[in-house]
Design a protein around this ligand. Structure first.
Ligand SMILES: *Cc1c(COP(=O)(O)O)cnc(C)c1O
Length: 426
């Protein structure tokens, strides 16, 4: 791992985000600290957009991967839409300036209220995950006197070879409707007067690193669209191919964006459909790091533990998905290596950032960069162990802006209270 993260690079052993010295930044704002590169975020978005030049896809950034409004805003300014999964994410996307007609709304448990708010906003599309949800959307839309644009999420039964917690395109997951049942479900939903069955949605899971998974899934989806047209359901005009494009956390070879685009365009053109993309990790993943300081070195038995101030509550991917993140010092890199576990202070043995990792020697007080933490990093953080959540900084050139303040201990108890009966001595 050297400087493959666009936006992050070493100069004379010190890490920079664009023109900002990360060591200085951490001295100023403290740790743990998330740092995002605007150039990397927009560079990834632009690479994807350029691969689709000449067609007119809706590139709807998956807000759940990194929902900071400054991040979403950076992409919205370039024309990105947003893929949202809750009323909260819709609020963020609108606040960041994403036009409502560029919003696609997914999620298996949309409530009437969320549906109503999205209809009132005028979103591009609902990704429907089940038949009961379709009935709910139809009912809410009828009550409002509108028609709801919907795409049925189909499960193409393709194993994208992702972690079991993030695979979604195989039979037996809670997502979507089995593709063998899809024609009959479309027929049933076609009877609902306030639905416009304008699309098909498919999302295979994440991260996907083989193009063949998309090929196979899209062949199946194309066959479905043709069957629908054969039975007189001609309204499908959008092909939502979801997200899932992988990045190189370690030594994976990501899918080539040009080949990905060619594959998608071929299928969409054949069907005369508009493409919708929902990239998350591809845009935000390598665009962010988490900085964390070494609190102690601890030798126990034959192991060395590097105990840092960033924990599973700050970055849960290693504990939850066996996620690998490269870790290097932010100043004075290029040292001899040793084999260590990098662990946090939370009272769980699952609280680790790296296990049996060969990495540069880290001393007490050193600050380490945990790379490729821009996606599913801060957004999955919690207050477990009553740890205030980290601050987030967005770098643009030589300017660094705090885009989310570090929480304080007062924030931790906000909204809590002690009932009067418990006040005073027992
Ligand atoms: C999570 C998710 C995405 C984004 O996935 P990435 O791997 O971050 O690209 C897109 N679409 C749906 C439906 C999702 O659930």
């Amino acid at each position: 791992m050297t400087d493959r993260e666009e936006g992050f690079h070493y100069r004379d052993g010190d890490l920079y985000c664009e023109d900002v010295h990360i060591g200085d930044l951490c001295a100023k704002h403290g740790t743990p600290l998330y740092v995002y590169s605007h150039a990397a975020l927009t560079g990834q978005y632009t690479a994807l957009a350029e691969a689709f030049e000449g067609s007119d896809p809706a590139i709807c950034y998956s807000v759940k991967s990194n929902s900071n409004i400054a991040v979403v805003r950076s992409l919205a300014r370039l024309g990105a839409g947003a893929d949202i999964v809750s009323g909260g994410e819709m609020h963020r996307a609108l606040k960041a300036g994403v036009p409502p007609e560029m919003l696609v709304y997914a999620g298996v448990g949309k409530t009437d209220r969320e549906i109503g708010d999205a209809l009132a906003a005028g979103i591009l599309l609902f990704n429907i995950e089940s038949v009961p949800e379709a009935y709910a959307i139809d009912r809410v839309a009828r009550g409002m006197g509108v028609t709801a644009p919907v795409a049925l999420r189909v499960n193409p039964d393709v194993d994208a070879q992702t972690h079991r917690h993030t695979t979604t395109g195989k039979k037996g997951t809670k997502f979507g409707v089995d593709i063998d049942r899809a024609v009959s479900v479309y027929k049933e939903l076609n009877e609902l007067p306030n639905l416009d069955l304008c699309g098909v949605h498919v999302h295979l899971g994440s991260p996907v690193t083989t193009l063949s998974a998309y090929e196979v899934a899209l062949d199946r989806v194309a066959a479905l669209v043709r069957s629908l047209r054969d039975v007189g359901i001609a309204s499908v005009r959008m092909l939502n191919v979801g997200g899932g494009l992988g990045i190189a956390y370690r030594d994976e070879t990501p899918i080539d964006v040009g080949e990905y685009a060619a594959c998608l365009r071929r299928h969409a053109d054949d069907l005369n459909c508009r493409l919708i993309l929902e990239p998350g990790r591809f845009i935000s993943g390598a665009s962010g790091i988490m900085c964390t300081q070494v609190v102690y070195r601890k030798e126990a038995g034959h192991k060395t533990f590097i105990i840092v101030d960033g924990a599973m509550n700050d970055l849960i991917r290693p504990a939850l998905y066996d996620g690998y993140h490269a870790i290097r010092p932010v100043v004075g890199a290029g040292r001899d290596t040793e084999t260590v576990d990098v662990v946090g202070p939370v009272c769980e043995s699952g609280d680790f950032l790296a296990k049996d990792r060969d990495m540069e020697r880290a001393e007490q007080g050193d600050v380490l960069a945990v790379f490729s933490a821009g996606a599913y990093g801060f957004v999955m953080s919690s207050n477990y162990n009553s740890r205030p959540r980290a601050a987030e900084v967005l770098v643009m050139g030589a300017a660094a802006s705090v885009v989310r303040e570090r929480e304080t201990v007062e924030d931790l108890t906000r909204g809590e209270s002690i009932p009067p009966a418990l006040l005073g001595d027992g």
